[in-house]
Design a protein around this ligand. Structure first.
Ligand SMILES: NC(=O)c1ccc[n+]([C@@H]2O[C@H](COP(=O)([O-])OP(=O)(O)OC[C@H]3O[C@@H](n4cnc5c(N)ncnc54)[C@H](O)[C@@H]3O)[C@@H](O)[C@H]2O)c1
Length: 303
């Protein structure tokens, strides 16, 4: 199939591109390389370096005529979205609409969007399923929800679509210098013999998903599924538990320093993925110990 991946030079998008190329698909990556890296793109995939907000995006779609579009390009910094909500909306709403409308006009059959479980905010029961209340706490997350709504309204009847509400994805190639990606930040500190800084008491929990499992979720929806799907493991892990696992893998004693808790940070997270499992038979295959091991090894060799 001809498949276009926006954000295909980034962390998740580059792994997705690898998987699609290996399965024999023809892949075109659209990425402005603002965060992604050219060297992460599979040599058999083509790159068009372009901002998704550009008018010329439409021509790229007409020339390539993708059958499927994966939309992962995004401004993904929560703090930046609070400081500059307009820029976030320009990329994550207007840019995303430019991708969606170009896909529809060029005759693509399927549109798959990288959404976020941040949409649930502070949930009241766990694991969280897709019917839970939506409580976005930042412009970045609000715009994920708004674009899901656009999909429901604009895409309906014109293109088959799916939105994956992903939990915390981790693995090789994740940026350890960003604000998110707690595992890559912790591993990087451990390998540099620096303390690990934890906001608050460290009892906050997250649902950590290895990147290959996230990629398999995207791929599992190539030919099936329509609507909104959670991507997680259902397992809640506290940051203190995570550090204990990292200590074991790194085989060293790591100093933990607690800094003040961040106002508005979600306390607990774990996703119910029954809907995706029913639609595509997807299952997470990497437990945290295994995924952490691979990620630690990659950071050791590639830092
Ligand atoms: N990493 C996670 O845990 C996680 C969780 C939930 C959702 N997501 C979503 O998944 C997607 C991919 O996340 P990631 O962690 O791989 O991020 P990433 O920053 O590594 O990848 C994003 C890519 O988009 C590109 N990009 C940014 N703005 C662009 C623009 N205006 N035009 C063209 N390209 C642009 C960047 O250069 C980068 O290569 C994002 O939409 C993100 O919001 C990620």
């Amino acid at each position: 199939m001809r498949i276009l991946v926006t954000g295909g030079a980034g962390f998740i998008g580059s792994h997705l591109t690898d998987s699609l190329v290996k399965a024999g698909h023809q892949v075109l990556v659209v990425d402005d390389l603002s965060f992604g890296k050219k060297e992460y793109i599979h040599p058999q995939a083509e790159l068009i370096q372009l901002d998704i907000r550009e008018k010329s995006l439409e021509k790229v779609f007409f020339d390539f005529a993708p059958e499927v579009v994966y939309h992962l390009a995004a401004q993904k910094n929560v703090r930046a979205s609070i400081e500059n909500p307009r820029l976030d909306a320009e990329i994550n709403i207007l840019g995303a609409l430019n991708v969606l409308q170009s896909a529809i006009k060029a005759g693509a059959k399927k549109f798959i969007f990288a959404s976020s479980c941040g949409i649930y905010g502070e949930a009241s029961s766990f694991p969280i399923d897709e019917s839970a209340e939506e409580k976005p706490l930042s412009p970045y997350i609000l715009n994920k929800l708004v674009f899901e709504r656009y999909l429901q309204i604009v895409a309906e009847g014109k293109i088959n679509w799916a939105a994956l509400r992903m939990a915390n994805i981790y693995g090789p190639r994740q940026d350890p210098y960003g604000e998110a990606g707690v595992i890559s930040i912790f591993l990087n500190n451990a390998l540099s013999s620096k303390p690990i800084y934890i906001f608050g008491d460290g009892q906050q929990t997250r649902d950590f998903v290895y990147v290959e499992d996230a990629v398999n979720a995207f791929v599992s929806l190539l030919k099936t599924g329509q609507g909104i799907y959670n991507v997680g493991t259902g397992r809640e892990v506290s940051l203190l538990e995570l550090v204990e696992k990292i200590k074991l893998i790194a085989d060293q004693d790591i100093k933990i320093e607690h800094t003040p808790a961040i106002a508005g940070e979600v306390r607990r997270s774990a996703l119910d993925c029954g809907r995706l499992q029913a639609a595509s038979y997807w299952q997470p295959r990497f437990d945290l110990e295994k995924g952490l091991g691979f990620t630690y090894q990659w950071f050791k060799e590639n830092r």
